[in-house]
Design a protein around this ligand. Structure first.
Ligand SMILES: NC(=O)c1ccc[n+]([C@@H]2O[C@H](COP(=O)([O-])OP(=O)(O)OC[C@H]3O[C@@H](n4cnc5c(N)ncnc54)[C@H](OP(=O)(O)O)[C@@H]3O)[C@@H](O)[C@H]2O)c1
Length: 285
């Protein structure tokens, strides 16, 4: 058995590899890949094989994928370029004879109003047509998308957004990655699509309340018109297209686009996933 993980140089893929090791995978059966392969030295020291693999470089793919049984395609970060990148990797995996391809998608990719969804859906559709058994891990929002903002929330006393009372099924990135490791190690997930988030969703008001409760610093949620939010994000230094995209995501969240009530994550982990409060507590510790 061999498992190839793309994006292993990023935090999600790295968590997948360490979860695979924690769950008893043989290090030599794992191939961790990315462009910045030098960042994988510690995993190589543990016996994990490492290789440079670049979605944009077709010649970099056949070598690492040779002999792969299962491939985890961790979605790339370059919004707008992901369809050809993912298709290149998926095609190369199928050509190499991989029997399973697991892909990290986004919640409700087939019906989601999120601007990110079409690239994920296009990837899913491309993979389904290949001669390889697919599993789609439709990940909810990482808690870290919010906990990374804790210094700003605490400094300004405000969580700013345009998400209204929309509910988010977040999860620790590490737990979503652990769920991926489970799927990679077990049989029986072929053809499955999982909608993944922790069991208790939260609104932005509840996020602010949680930060207040855990930190002892009063933080409130301010719901802004979407254009105003985009302006604030631009003033904070984000490029205009990124600010507009992020503000637009809040509009989708307002309509519960990131709500998942399937229990899939808990089932894959075999335990209750961490709550937002636990994530905030850990981030502030
Ligand atoms: N659910 C959420 O809340 C959420 C939030 C953010 C991102 N995401 C998605 O989840 C993915 C993983 O999350 P993360 O936090 O680990 O993201 P990240 O830190 O941006 O890592 C992205 C990974 O993609 C690799 N990569 C980028 N361009 C590549 C290319 N051309 N060829 C091969 N590999 C390439 C990077 O490695 P190298 O640079 O070494 O190639 C890195 O390992 C992201 O890429 C994004 O699609 C989800």
């Amino acid at each position: 058995m061999s498992i190839v993980v793309t994006g292993a140089t990023g935090p999600f893929g790295r968590h997948v590899v360490t979860s695979l090791l924690d769950r008893g995978a043989e290090p030599g059966d794992l191939l961790a890949t990315g462009r910045r392969v030098e960042t994988l030295a510690d995993l190589a020291e543990r016996g994990v094989r490492t290789a440079r693999l670049d979605f944009d470089d077709p010649e970099s793919m056949p070598g690492p994928l040779e002999g792969a049984r299962t491939v985890l395609l961790v979605s790339g970060p370059e919004v707008g370029r992901r369809v050809p990148q993912h298709e290149a990797l998926a095609r190369a995996a199928a050509t190499a004879g991989a029997s399973r391809l697991v892909y990290t998608s986004v919640l409700h990719a087939d019906v989601s109003p999120l601007s990110l969804a079409p690239e994920h859906l296009a990837t899913e559709r491309f993979v389904v047509d290949l001669d390889v058994a697919p599993t789609f891990l439709r990940n909810g929002w990482y808690y870290e998308n919010y906990t990374a903002q804790l210094p700003v929330y605490l400094q300004t006393g405000a969580v700013l957004g345009a998400a209204g009372d929309g509910r988010v099924s977040g999860a620790l990135r590490a737990e979503l990655a652990e769920a991926a490791a489970v799927v990679l190690l077990e049989d029986g997930h072929e053809g499955a699509t999982y909608e993944l988030g922790a069991d208790t969703p939260f609104t932005m008001t509840e996020l602010a309340e949680t930060v207040t409760r855990v930190s002892g610093t009063p933080v409130g949620y301010r719901d802004l018109p979407v254009d105003e939010l985009a302006g604030v994000l631009q003033q904070a230094g984000l490029p205009e297209p990124v600010a507009t995209m992020l503000a637009g995501m809040d509009l989708a969240i307002r309509d519960d686009a990131l709500l998942a009530r399937t229990g899939d994550l808990a089932r894959l982990l075999g335990r209750t996933p961490a709550t937002l409060e636990q994530a905030v507590r850990a981030a502030l510790a």
